[in-house]
Design a binder for this molecule. Sequence first.
Ligand SMILES: Cc1cc2nc3c(=O)[nH]c(=O)nc-3n(C[C@H](O)[C@H](O)[C@H](O)COP(=O)(O)OP(=O)(O)OC[C@H]3O[C@@H](n4cnc5c(N)ncnc54)[C@H](O)[C@@H]3O)c2cc1C
Length: 417
Amino acid sequence: MRRMTRYSVFAVVRKAFRHHVGWERAWNAPEPKKKYEVIIIGAGGHGLATAYYLGKNFGIRNVAVLEKGWLGGGNTGRNTTIIRSNYLQDASAAIYERARSLYEELSQDLNYNVMFSPRGVMMLAQTQHEIRGYKRTAHANALQGVETEFIDPLRVKELCPIIHISGPRYPILGALWQPRGGTARHDAVAWGYARACSDMGMDVIQQCAVTGIRQESGKVVGVDTSRGSIDCSKLGIVVAGHSGVLAEMAGFRLPVESVALQALVSEPIKPCMDVVVMANTVHGYMSQSDKGELVIGGGADGYINYTQRGSFQHIEETVRALIETFPIISRLRMLRQWGGIVDMTGDRSPILSRTPIEDIFINCGWGTGGFKAIPGSGWGFAELIAKGVSPLCDAFSLNRFREGRFIDESVAAGVAH
Ligand SMILES: Cc1cc2nc3c(=O)[nH]c(=O)nc-3n(C[C@H](O)[C@H](O)[C@H](O)COP(=O)(O)OP(=O)(O)OC[C@H]3O[C@@H](n4cnc5c(N)ncnc54)[C@H](O)[C@@H]3O)c2cc1C
């Protein structure tokens, strides 16, 4: 197996002298083999991270990641890239904080710049109820070892001068502040994991839709795809908004609903904010990308659908909320809007679980907020596939819905990201 050339400043300088001719492909484009030890369906961030940690942590490299479109073309390439771990319940804090701390070193680990920017995330409190909720979360985070604090309105203004703290409907009463939260470049996360998987000899196969799941005596034996049948010993389903469709192919049902979630970006402007701000009461959140665009998150549709596009109603609601929070942007033009299909569970927590079919595992239910979890989810899910158990995933099994052990994160994850 030929290893990929490492990216480094020396490689860039060497190639510059050759007019940047001769860069090799960032990842391979292999034909599917007849059989793999593990097949992962879905080359989004979670599927690719799972494959990567299967190889890195457990030495399992006979792995294929099958993707019906292009890698990172699902929600991973459509999200607003907010990374934080200020959740309420212990099980959530454990997996989200593992992910956030892995993000800190991810560029070095993958030898790929994912542009992690721990610029700080604030969630504005605009009602008394939110103040109580966020103070409670800050206390829970202190016990969990997650660094957050509740800050007053003057500190909010100091950290983000363009905020209007005495807004017309809901003045800002404080905020939950996570100084090491931030953003990363979403495509680069998918690309970095894909390249590292390729480098380990794994096959990331694009334009390969799974159309059926084959079983014998209650155990998975392979999948049917648009590029033929492929056998496997273990199967991981990691397809976000299409989880219900894949579960139906395997013959079981999931407690998830798929809805479109929307976002938009403005035209690029000079740097005007260097933190991420989330305003849940008026519902809008915003950060500034390195290109200068304001990246703005909208809401989820109130009905089940599989459309990957935006709608006028959400633009109006979101822009209204942001203009009262940041009046400075009122004359800015919007550049693009889009949607992604997110998979929502009743308790707003993910599912990382075995399934009724032997050796089929499912990772889904990240809903509106799974980008931030990619490294932690991949780490835990790889362990679950390799060993059959994982402390990071235990609480997130499918059984919790039957047994009533919900991990209620509706405050932390319900509307925003
Ligand atoms: C507008 C928007 C904003 C968001 N903002 C944030 C945010 O700020 N922070 C945050 O943490 N999260 C955010 N999220 C959520 C986050 O994007 C998702 O939770 C996360 O990207 C899910 O990753 P994934 O790898 O599970 O799914 P995906 O990236 O969707 O990957 C699943 C892949 O499976 C493939 N697939 C589906 N069916 C098949 C099949 N039959 N065969 C083969 N392949 C198949 C799809 O093509 C897709 O590429 C946002 C989501 C959206 C839509």
